[in-house]
Design a protein around this ligand. Structure first.
Ligand SMILES: [Zn+2]
Length: 410
């Protein structure tokens, strides 16, 4: 580090902040120590200088939902699950999940780990420095998916923060034995208790699933992250069940619901009721409108005071054939799918993969400010519209005051 940047100081010059100011930023000791109008900083001797040349400088991207163990597994099982998951406006999404389970016969750590690494490297290139990574835990895969993702978490420590969700993809009541495997995954070092209550076969089983996960999270001091209501069926109510259970178990602000697509099919009154419950329980929502044809009402949720993020969700797996771990690309797709095109909405889209996503995950200290971590991205784009439209990789990815990726890497 010292060889690249002298005594640890880095000055980023002519940085265009998202509020329009063009400033010089000084980083030292892993934090942003000063922000001043261009030319007004006293640059320390031997400080490294990174000229942003008027390009936008933003916080790093946060991917609040990625099925990291499944990356590039689509070629292993073919397209039957993909077709079923999205057919008929997602009416058969549960069948898609059942078909996708066949990929588990191919699971070995040796097979998964190279693709897990590649996805994290690809994210790093695109400025993704935090990932909430779901890894399947079930009686077919055992702990193989979690072991691969945990190994990668250690390899990337200090560059990309990977939070590992022990995720019982096929349910816990439908798949007896998986609840015990989730506990074993936590013992191995998984960070978050996962769940997918909507896949269970009765409302009582859905309630039992949510209760089990939240009790486990409360008992072990973990956060909880679930896939809820991933179907256009308005009778599904597991997003609300999760919020209520969080309140019951003292997990306020420590839960995330991903997909939650059924919310988009509720009537307005029911939407308002569930969003108010999410706000009161501090339940964050993650939307991924590019991986299915139904989406939760993102702008209504934000207006209700709920933290919302966009997630990459999938990369070439049984549910989605594209993806390159680029959250600007995800935001660009969401602009079309969520009808968010105005200049003000473009700002919101960037929030959904930066500051708002950090709120969803409860990241302490996140944010570009004096005293905050010296983690930032220097982009070629000078306008937000270009940032989204081109969704190009940043020119420099800075972590703890060091350039760790990008064309200008030292
Ligand atoms: Zn997902």
């Amino acid at each position: 580090m010292e060889q690249e940047h002298g005594p640890g100081a880095l000055v980023v010059t002519a940085a265009r902040l998202r509020d329009g100011r063009v400033v010089d930023l000084q980083c030292k000791g892993g934090v942003v120590t000063d922000v001043a109008p261009v030319g007004e900083l006293a640059v320390p001797d031997r400080a490294a200088v990174l000229d942003a040349a008027g390009g936008l400088v933003t916080e790093p991207f946060v991917d609040a939902h990625l099925h990291l163990d499944k990356v590039r597994t689509l070629p292993l099982i073919g397209e039957a699950a993909l077709t079923a998951y999205t057919a008929d406006g997602m009416a058969g999404s549960a069948l898609g999940i059942d078909l996708a389970s066949a990929v588990k016969q191919h699971y070995t750590v040796e097979r998964l780990l190279p693709e897990v690494r590649r996805a994290l490297e690809e994210g790093l290139t695109h400025g993704v420095l935090t990932v909430q990574a779901f890894a399947d835990v079930d009686t077919a895969a055992g702990l193989v998916g979690v072991q691969a993702v945990l190994a990668a978490r250690e390899e990337f420590r200090g560059r990309v923060d990977v939070s590992v969700v022990a995720f019982p993809q096929d349910g816990v009541l439908r798949d007896p034995g998986s609840a015990e495997l989730v506990e074993q995954a936590l013992d191995l070092g998984a960070d978050v208790v996962g769940g997918i209550p909507w896949i269970e076969e009765s409302v009582a089983d859905q309630e039992a699933h949510v209760e089990w996960a939240c009790a486990l999270a409360a008992r072990t001091g973990r956060r909880v992250a679930m896939l809820t209501d991933d179907s256009p069926d308005p009778s599904l109510a597991t997003t609300a069940m999760l919020a209520e259970a969080m309140l019951r178990h003292g997990l306020t602000g420590r839960g995330v619901a991903c997909h939650a697509r059924a919310l988009g099919h509720y009537d307005r009154a029911r939407q308002d009721e569930v969003l108010d419950l999410a706000r009161r329980s501090g339940l964050g929502l993650v939307s991924d409108p590019h991986t299915g044809s139904v989406a939760l009402p993102v702008e209504r949720a934000l207006a209700a005071g709920v933290a919302v993020a966009l997630g990459q969700d999938d990369i070439e797996d049984a549910y989605y054939p594209f993806g390159r771990h680029n959250l600007l690309e995800v935001a660009f797709l969401a602009a079309h799918l969520l009808d968010m095109r105005s200049a003000a909405q473009q700002q919101v889209l960037v929030d959904l993969v930066t500051t708002s996503a950090a709120r969803v995950l409860g990241l302490p200290g996140y944010g570009l400010r004096v005293g905050g971590p010296a983690d930032l991205l220097v982009h070629d784009a000078t306008r937000t519209v270009d940032l989204l439209a081109r969704h190009a990789a940043p020119r420099a990815v800075v972590r703890a005051g060091r350039v760790i990726a990008g064309a200008t890497r030292g």
